[in-house]
Structure formats: C-alpha cells, structure tokens
Write a protein that binds this ligand. Structure first.
Ligand code: PGA
Length: 258
C-alpha cells in the first residue's frame, strides 16, 4: 500500500486525477471503477480539464460505478429533474463534459425491477470487460467502501444493502438537504459492488480529505482488518493500492507515514 499525502483537497484531487489520466494514456481502452460523494468532485473536474485542454481521450474507456441508491435513478437518455441518483451525479460531474460513449458507462440501476438479477448481471459485465483496471474509492464516515456498511462480508459481491444511520446522516447533509428532500424520504437501500468485487480491481485508488476523515482513515489503514470498517479490507488487496490523502485526512496516522 502506498500512502501519498498532499497539502490540501485541491492538490490531492489533481494528483488522483493524474493517476487516472496516466492509465487512460497508457491503456486507452481501460476499465475504470468510479465513485460518487463529495470527495471525487474535484478529481473529476481535473479530468474534465485534462480532456478539454490536453485532449485526454475517453472514447474507448469503459466505466463501472460502485453503487446507486435503490428506488431512484435515471436512464441517461431520459429527462430528470432534482433526483439525487448517482447516475445524475455522474452525468453532471463528469460524463457530460468528456467524450465517453454512453454504451461504455455502467451504473447500478436504482430502478431495476429485479435487483438481485441485476446485481448478478453487473458482476458478469465487469468480468466480460476484463475486470477493473483502476477502482477509485472514497471512504464513508463509518468506514464503508462503496455502500458496504459495517458488518458487510469482506467476500461480498454486488448486492442490495441497507444503509447505516451514519451514511444516511452524512449523505443527507452533503446532498439531500440541499435538494430539499426530507431525511425520511431518502432512499434507505442501495445496490453496491461488494468488498470482494472491489478487491479484484487491479489497482485501488482511495481518496480522502479533511480532518473529519482522519480517525476513520487511521482505523482503516492501521487498525485490524474488520467488517466493522470495510475499508480496512484494502489491507488484503492483492494488487496495487494507492491512498491519496490531504494533510487533514492523514493527521491521525502514526506508523504508516514518516
Ligand atoms: P464523501 O463520501 O466523499 O461524500 O465523504 C465518501 C463515501 O461515502 O464513500
């Protein structure tokens, strides 16, 4: 595991985007796993900048998003208004600004009629694409990876997962309250890639920013591997792991930095 510390959120985001851009240049038909939340927004902005200013080409890139709320979602071809789906987030924050092909975008379908079947199909699609070359990850306040809440099996695959109270609180504060959605009307379930699915990515790139994340980052990177903090499973990742932090998020690490 490589831990890189940048001064602030902006620098951290540029460095994370450069790792992704490096892969796109080396392997134009790469498969990238994408994350949502507030943390990756500036990483996506820098990728958009690299596309617009330097011609970074996404035309053969395939993407698979980590998760989606159950009960909401959009087909990118259909109109949408104020929904807080991750499909909408990805479209607004990244996809509509770059030259990615619609057919190369995969996001769990929050409106799937048969979610279990959908999850099995999603796993198959990842396999058919040759697996994920690079998986971008955030970390939740409760230590979750994607929506793998505390108690999720470290062998878990793509499935339906109930959201933990802390996740609902965090996402209400970051997104739903701003869209005037009541806390009780937020979706309480999601489709998420499993921890096992994520551990099969060739390169995992986790990003975290701010002192608010410092405690959970220290637990995930320096604590025991436990389903209580599913991000700790990155310690078991057999391939490459990069953790990109700003100074705030790294401030409680003790032995893994010098
Ligand atoms: P955040 O969420 O980027 O909004 O902090 C991260 C996550 O829940 O994985």
């Amino acid at each position: 595991m490589e831990i890189i510390i940048r001064k602030d959120y902006g620098q951290m985001s540029i460095s994370a985007a450069e790792i992704i851009a490096g892969l796109v240049k080396d392997k134009p038909d790469c498969v990238i796993g994408l994350a949502t939340g507030s943390t990756p927004i500036a990483t996506y902005r820098h990728l958009i900048h690299l596309h617009k200013e330097q011609g970074l080409d996404f035309s053969n890139v395939k993407t698979f998003n980590l998760d989606e709320y159950l009960g909401i979602g959009i087909d990118l071809g259909r109109p949408y208004e104020t929904d807080q789906s991750y499909a909408r987030f990805m479209h607004e924050e990244l996809f509509k600004h770059i030259n990615i092909k619609k057919e190369n975008i995969h996001i769990p379908d929050g409106l799937a009629k048969e979610p279990e079947k959908f999850c099995a199909w999603y796993e198959e699609e990842i396999k058919k694409a040759g697996g994920i070359d690079l998986q971008l990850l955030g970390i939740g306040g409760d230590g979750h990876l994607a929506f793998n809440e505390p108690g999720s099996s470290l062998f878990s695959r793509t499935r339906v997962q109930a959201l933990a109270k802390q996740t609902l609180d965090d996402n209400f504060e970051s997104f739903y309250s701003k869209a005037n959605v009541k806390r009780e009307d937020m979706p309480h379930y999601a489709i998420t890639m499993g921890v096992g699915t994520i551990l099969e990515s060739k390169h995992a790139l986790m990003i975290a920013s701010g002192a608010k994340k410092a405690g959970i980052i220290a637990e995930a990177l320096e604590g025991c591997v436990t389903s209580k903090v599913t991000a700790s499973a990155l310690q078991l990742h057999p391939g490459r792991v990069t953790v990109m932090l700003d100074e705030g998020a790294s401030s409680k690490l003790t032995w893994s930095i010098n």
